[in-house]
Design a protein around this ligand. Structure first.
Ligand code: ARG
Ligand code: ZN
Ligand code: CA
Length: 384
């Protein structure tokens, strides 16, 4: 166990490319926007998520699309691909870190509950929403999947989450708790909580991040801190606000736009390098099971059992075929062994996509297929 941890850390410090298997961190090329011509290979962890919708009122039974919109937000925010990045105040714009974590949706479960506001109800010390026999839904393998319960609550809170250390003694209640009306960017969400940032914030807690103002209700004496150097100390929580310029408190300008503040969704914009390091530390020390896990749909959740893409005719010569069975949008990016983007295309599925390989050098290529919130990886070999 210790050796594994040291290996993991050593691996992180080095490039990880050659030691991929030992390391358990998946090596993925960065998924680039269409206009970018080339990219370099890098390591990114892809963490599997299961979403449990536990609904009382019918409108709490949110759509798959709304769930997928939340996964997209997480993927943008943890890769610094969110639209706010270019507008971050110059005092902090160098500090927007690519956390190099992505999320894949592996299951959606749906459960009707007799309990209104089930998310913050307890019975015999147990959180109802986490237990099927108490009117909620049992977690799925919390050591290997991030469980997110989307359910109503009546304590005025939008969301909450368990810290990594808390998870040790109650794994069956480990995860995130989000209200349906703040989950994702569509359907039942409304401003100022309609950009999915409550979940980004709670995922920060789940991965061991604290609030910038510390752990109290406020920090007007400036005594408290989140333990990180690159997040300035601040007095207030910035709840329900969106300042135009960073206000001053505790002797410096405040990073109000950090995800670990209470600023409105539209005003949140970044995690810092210090937060990234803390998150990766927690991943290695407490949540390493997530790194050994897969993005394949969880078998017990039939709603997500869509036919995965298949690569036909591999190793290939002049042509390869991708079988994209669902009549939905797919985004296909192909990278060569050096991580350079060689093809980026969109395709409406429902059959086979032919890829013309004439003129391509022999060797190994990586195909990244985006299908809704799902991410599929294939290795294409072009023979001599
Ligand atoms: N736990 C906090 C709450 O429920 C999360 C606040 C998130 N803020 C936001 N603008 N989305 O109040
Ligand atoms: Zn919080
Ligand atoms: Ca700090």
């Amino acid at each position: 166990m210790k050796t594994a941890l040291i290996l993991l850390l050593a691996c992180l410090a080095s490039s990880c490319l050659s030691a991929q298997r030992t390391c358990g961190v998946q090596t993925l090329p960065r998924f680039v926007p269409q206009h970018t011509a080339s990219v370099s290979a890098r390591e990114v962890a892809v963490l599997p998520v299961v979403v449990h919708i536990v609904w009382h009122q019918p409108e709490e039974n949110i759509s798959d699309t709304q769930v997928e919109s939340q996964i997209e937000v997480l993927n943008q925010d943890f890769r610094a691909l969110n639209v706010e990045v270019p507008d971050i105040h110059p005092l902090f714009d160098e500090l927007a870190a690519d956390v190099e974590i992505e999320f894949c949706l592996t299951a959606i479960t749906r459960t009707q509950t007799p309990w209104e506001g089930v998310s913050n109800l307890f019975a015999q010390g147990k959180r109802r929403v986490c237990h099927t026999e108490l009117g909620g839904r049992d977690a799925i393998d919390p050591a290997h999947y991030i469980n997110i319960w989307v359910a109503g609550r009546s304590d005025g809170t939008l969301g909450s989450a368990t810290f990594p250390e808390q998870a040790q003694d109650k794994p069956e209640e480990d995860g995130l708790f989000l209200r349906p009306d703040v989950f994702g960017t569509q359907g039942s969400t409304t401003p100022p909580f309609n950009l999915g940032r409550t979940c980004t914030h709670e995922m920060g807690h789940y991965l061991n991040l604290g609030h910038l103002w510390g752990s109290g209700a406020d920090n007007f004496d400036c005594e408290q801190d989140d333990g990180l150097e690159d997040t300035p100390r601040q007095a207030s929580t910035y709840r329900n606000t969106c300042p135009a310029v960073p206000p001053f408190s505790c002797g410096s300008a405040d990073m109000f736009m950090n995800y670990m503040n209470y600023t409105d969704d539209a005003c949140m914009a970044l995690f810092t390098p210090g937060q990234k390091a803390r998150v990766w530390g927690a991943l290695m020390q407490f949540r390493s099971g997530l790194l050994q896990s897969s993005c394949a749909p969880v078998a017990s959740a039939p709603s997500l059992n869509r036919t995965p893409p298949r690569l036909l005719g591999n190793p290939a010569k002049n042509v390869a075929h991708l079988q994209l069975s669902e009549k939905e949008k797919y985004e296909i990016a192909i990278f060569d062994a050096a991580g350079r983007l060689v093809l980026l295309t969109r395709h409406h599925g429902g059959g086979l996509l032919e890829i013309d390989l004439s003129g391509w050098a022999a060797g190994i290529y990586h195909i990244k297929i985006k299908h809704g919130a799902q991410l599929h990886l294939k290795k294409l070999i072009i023979a001599q």
